[in-house]
Write a protein that binds this ligand. Structure first.
Ligand code: ADP
Ligand code: MG
Length: 141
């Protein structure tokens, strides 16, 4: 067990559905603390930069358009095994395969518009938190 930080993003479709509070409740109830949060609009260029690892994949352009279709809520989460815990609470990438009561099972529209992002490993978590937050915007307590 280790104490970790991870990046969560509430994606534009979930923001439009007015379920920010419901999603954060799942994260908090699951044992994660929100230690940073901001609502931001990702330009196409910023969305491309964030998802650079997926450049060239067939879903890349759609993903970038979707992520820049409206504001997102970026959050840094903190807790024991935060990276895996967040991924468990989120559910599988394709909501059709997401376990019952996960965020994606309940709030995703499709694999393309799947409500939330979560970092997948310690190195990407660190990189992705730094993409959105300066050190003085993160409040560990
Ligand atoms: P995750 O968000 O679960 O870590 P990936 O990192 O593999 O998933 O993909 C990033 C995002 O790209 C996914 O959340 C999803 O929105 C989109 N995506 C991934 N695979 C597909 C696919 N086969 N078709 C459409 N969109 C996809
Ligand atoms: Mg991923």
């Amino acid at each position: 067990m280790s104490i970790e930080q991870t990046l969560s993003i509430i994606k534009p479709n979930a923001i439009n559905k007015n379920v920010i509070g419901k999603i954060i409740d799942r994260l908090e109830t699951g044992g994660l603390q929100v230690i940073a949060a901001k609502m931001v609009y990702l330009t196409k260029a910023r969305a491309e930069e964030f998802y650079a690892i997926h450049r060239g994949k067939p879903f890349f352009n759609g993903l970038v358009s979707f992520m820049s279709s409206g504001p997102v809520l970026a959050m840094a989460l903190y807790g024991e095994n935060a990276i895996a815990k967040n991924r468990d609470i989120m559910g599988a990438t394709n909501p059709a395969n997401a376990a019952p009561h996960t965020i994606r099972a309940d709030f995703a529209d499709s694999i393309d518009e799947n409500a939330v992002h979560g970092s997948d490993a310690p190195d990407t978590a660190k990189q992705e938190i730094a993409f959105f937050f300066n050190r003085n915007e993160i409040f560990i307590r």
